[in-house]
Structures are given as C-alpha cells and as structure tokens.
Write a protein of this length. Structure first.
Length: 186
C-alpha cells in the first residue's frame, strides 16, 4: 500500500490535524502542552513555517500553517516524532503517540484560510473541552482576538491581515466569524 503524496509547494497554507493513537491522550498535564509548543517553535524556525493558528486539545491537535518552503511532511515528521519521544520519556510510555499520518487540507483561498482560522478557534468547543473559544488556554484564539500578548510561535499579523489591513478591524472581523461558528457548534 502506498501513501498518497500531499499537495505541498512553497507558500502553501494547510489546516493540519493529528490525533492520539487509539484515541489516547496527547497531553496529560500543562507541561505536555508547553513541550509541544516548544517543539512547534523549533520546527517553525527550522522549516520556515508561519503558524497562523492552533488549538491543542487533550487528544487532538489542529494547526493552520504556511510551509514557506513546501516542506510540510518533513516538518510534521520532526514535530510529531520529537514530541512523541519527549512525551513517552516524561511519562514512562513506549510506542506510538500519534495515530498514523497527520491529515492536512490545502487552503487555496483567503476565504478558506479565514474559515480555518475560526474553525480552529471553535474546535475546543466542538470537542467539549471548553464552553467558549475564549475559555481554552491552549489555542491562539485569545492572541488573535487581542486579549493576550502574541506568543513567538504565532504569526498573528499574517493571520489578521486576511481579515483587514487595519489591526482593530481585523480583530473585530475575526471575532465575528468565530462567534458565528461557535453559535453553530454550540
């Protein structure tokens, strides 16, 4: 059986998802989330990625990213492999942490990207781990919404420019779209 090649090219934007093997948890404690974000930061520097949004949930990861050099699979292999080794070592586990290959959807238009950014913010609500997007601490929603300072792993400027060149208007439009999607999800 062969794996289908992913559509990837320099500058491609993807919505990437990865689940825990056998529905197992990917994150058992706050330090696991921090370790994943540290590993993500290493990968975005090494592979020249722009992370536009993410949501880390107990058994699932959603990331919207631009692979500026068209190296999504290479970077994801590094991200998931490095995190899995650290997670297993920290918890005394062995074996697979992630369920197979990651899934990705190419986001071909700005509309696709805007929709994915809002969908990622709403995913913790859909998964039942938060009552509202603002309640979940392990996502970029609060950063994109302007509620907290932007961390080093997020290219908020690039994400928000998809909504408007003016930061205040961009945040307002982003929050409106998230609110509409959260209403449907909730």
């Amino acid at each position: 059986m062969t794996n289908d090649r992913r559509i990837d090219y320099p500058g491609a934007v993807h919505h990437v998802t990865q689940r825990g093997a056998g529905r197992q948890l990917l994150f058992e404690e706050a330090e696991d989330y921090r370790q994943f974000l540290d590993t993500l930061l290493e990968c975005l520097i090494r592979y020249q990625w722009d992370v536009l949004a993410y949501a880390l949930m107990p058994a699932r990861v959603d990331i919207v990213l631009c692979a500026r050099e068209g190296n999504l699979s290479l970077g994801m292999r590094r991200l998931t492999g490095s995190y899995a080794r650290g997670f297993n070592a920290a918890h005394g586990y062995t074996g697979s942490v992630f369920q197979g290959r990651f899934e990705s959807r190419l986001l071909a238009t700005d509309d696709d990207i805007r929709t994915a950014l809002a969908a990622v913010a709403v995913e913790p609500v859909r998964r039942g781990v938060a009552l509202s997007p603002a309640d979940w601490p392990w996502s970029t929603h609060a950063e994109l919404g302007g509620f907290v300072p932007v961390g080093p792993e997020l290219n908020a400027r690039r994400a928000l420019e998809l909504f408007s060149p003016r930061a205040t208007k961009a945040r307002h439009r982003y929050l409106e779209l998230v609110d509409r999607m959260a209403t449907v999800a909730g």
